[in-house]
Design a protein around this ligand. Structure first.
Ligand code: RIB
Ligand code: CA
Length: 319
């Protein structure tokens, strides 16, 4: 029996977060110790309720959900309803969750869990803005060396072309709280960064959405519906119609696959600088630095077919 990967998922559900959460719930080698939510795609109250809706929808109401920071460390609040819908889940009609969220704060849960576990036992998948993670690092720096692996979806390191999906220079998770990202990248250890361009490599196109529908499980069908609606919203907003540019990028689910099968993802070691100048047009932009401070593995390429098959197999295993 392989040892389970004990993880905390810090998230802002969010359509691609929802796919990532289902992915993790389906994996027998993953033990989700808790889901912590953060202001991001939609306000944190909605993120927290969405996390409970998704757990219950997948018959996993045993998973504890915690509410986290409702605003960034320094900058003004930004959200992404234009992508994920006002409700954060593409307007899908969920029943209200029948179980309550936890009263403990997300940051206190992260600290308590990592401090009570043995060293290098707990990994964190950070798939929203890094406000909770940075706050936990500042509140209790002792957790930093104890974390097994911190896998972050965020940033962009394209040498050519767009450097962001929220501004021409910044990816959303970084742009939504650049100061938190700066703290995490400066203080963190054993960080794997999966930037937006990798999520774009494994985007869900129309054919993939049909592949999910053919699985005929409720979670796979729900994912297909949410991804399809998001793809339509993005096409309407961006005007892009080319098959290579449409569909929906699977940003957040990459963190789950990378935890379990890191060989599907290749990259380079270095560290990450974040632009924290709110007056600069490049506010929230991330820069890769090869240097000597090599606390980050920045992923550059994913095995698209292997990833998509892994995700489909996981969703087929859910109710
Ligand atoms: O830029 C993509 C990231 O921002 C994803 O985590 C998505 O859910 C949004 O939070
Ligand atoms: Ca997210």
């Amino acid at each position: 029996m392989s040892a389970k990967n004990k993880i905390i998922i810090d998230t802002d559900p969010g359509v691609d977060d929802a796919v990532a959460l289902f992915f993790a719930m389906a994996e027998p080698d993953i033990d989700i110790l808790g889901i912590t939510t953060v202001n991001g795609n939609v306000p944190v109250d909605r993120c927290e309720e969405n996390a409970r809706k998704l757990c219950e929808f997948a018959w996993h109401r045993d998973i504890r959900v915690f509410k986290g920071c409702d605003c960034p460390l320094k900058r003004s609040v930004v959200n992404a309803e234009w992508v994920h819908g006002q409700d954060g889940l593409a307007g899908m009609d969920f029943v209200q969750p029948s179980y309550a969220g936890e009263t403990q704060s997300a940051v206190d849960f992260i600290i308590e869990t990592v401090m009570n576990a043995t060293e290098h036992e707990v990994s964190i998948l950070a798939i929203g803005p890094l406000t909770n993670i940075a706050t936990a690092f500042l509140q209790e720096p002792k957790i930093i060396p104890r974390i097994r692996e911190l896998i972050i979806m965020g940033g962009c390191f394209n040498e050519t072309g767009p450097r962001g999906n929220t501004t021409p220079y910044a990816e959303f998770n970084m742009f939504a709280d650049p100061h938190a990202a700066d703290i995490v990248f400066r203080l963190g250890e054993r960080i794997t960064v999966i930037p937006m361009e990798v999520g774009q490599q494994v985007r869900a196109d129309t054919a993939y959405m049909e592949r999910l529908r053919d699985l005929t499980t409720r979670c796979a069908t729900l994912c297909a519906d949410m991804l399809e609606r998001t793809a339509e919203r993005l096409a309407a907003k961006t005007g892009k119609t080319d098959e290579n540019e449409t569909g929906t990028s699977l940003f957040d689910p990459c963190t789950v696959a990378c935890l379990l099968r890191p060989a599907l993802f290749s990259g380079r070691y270095g560290t990450v600088q974040v632009n924290t100048d709110a007056k600069n047009e490049k506010f929230g932009m991330t820069l890769f630095e090869e240097g000597t401070k090599r606390n980050c593995l920045i992923i550059r390429k994913a095995d698209r077919e292997a990833f998509l098959s892994m995700l489909a197999d996981a969703l087929a295993a859910l109710p």
